[in-house]
Design a protein around this ligand. Structure first.
Ligand SMILES: O=C(CO)COP(=O)(O)O
Length: 232
């Protein structure tokens, strides 16, 4: 099987230049498993993408937190997938519940964004339809009640939903995709609760908000080792 553990750090709308440099320094100095054991992607706000990309260790990747739904042009305030590709950003988070709730992004709009980003060779952390190339998708399950609340799903709750999502992939897309697609959990993940969650067979990693701004993010990355040693 061998789904590579995935840990995403969603910094959301946080940080100053100094704070960003500090987080990157902590990550650069951290001892973590090699790239073939855990894939780490941090997602700073747009204005810090180039800075983080230039300073961050080369075994970690950088994601944008959003992008425009199609080719750029007269769309004030938007950032296109082409622009992300142009500055060497290979990942984007699309369809986060904060954007769905606060900015009224619909399933269809998010689905169009995913399709467009994939067409420009940007990999996507998403939970949507309209996906044609599953190789470049990581699905994030983030119960809204757990985001930023300190209330984390129990390992059994997370496993139940992740396994249902994988079953949906099996029934609707195919066995290969169900077997290979990473389904990651987000919502109040921290250094203390990550290990038990990581041990669940269908939890393939995390999308971390608040704790991704703190040194404990390194502990979350290191929970990949639990996964590597637990029977699947
Ligand atoms: O929304 C999240 C990650 O995208 C989760 O946020 P918290 O980890 O702060 O709950």
């Amino acid at each position: 099987m061998g789904r590579r553990f995935f840990v995403g750090g969603n910094w959301k709308c946080n940080g100053t230049t100094d704070e960003v440099k500090k987080i990157v320094k902590t990550l650069n100095e951290a001892e973590v498993p090699p790239e073939d054991v855990v894939e780490v992607v941090v997602s700073p706000p747009f204005v810090f993408l180039s800075l983080v990309k230039s300073l961050l260790r080369s075994d970690f990747n950088v994601a944008a937190q959003n992008c425009w739904v199609r080719k750029g042009g007269a769309f004030t305030g938007e950032i296109s997938a082409e622009m992300l590709a142009n500055i060497g950003i290979s990942w984007v988070i699309l369809g986060h519940s904060e954007r769905r709730l606060l900015l009224r992004e619909s399933n269809e709009f998010v689905g169009d964004k995913v399709a467009y980003a994939l067409s420009k060779d940007i990999k996507v952390i998403a939970c949507v339809d309209k996906i044609s190339d599953w190789r470049n998708i990581v699905i994030a399950y983030e119960p809204v009640w757990a985001i930023g609340t300190g209330k984390v799903a129990t390992p059994a709750q997370a496993q139940e939903v992740h396994s249902a999502l994988r079953n949906w992939l099996l029934q609707n897309v195919g066995a290969d995709v169900a077997d290979s697609t990473r389904i990651i959990y987000g919502g109040s993940v921290n250094g203390a609760n990550c290990k038990e969650l990581a041990a669940q067979p269908d939890v393939d990693g995390f999308l971390v908000g608040g704790a991704s701004l703190k040194p404990e993010f390194v502990d979350i990355i290191n929970s990949a080792v639990i996964k590597a040693s637990s029977p699947q």
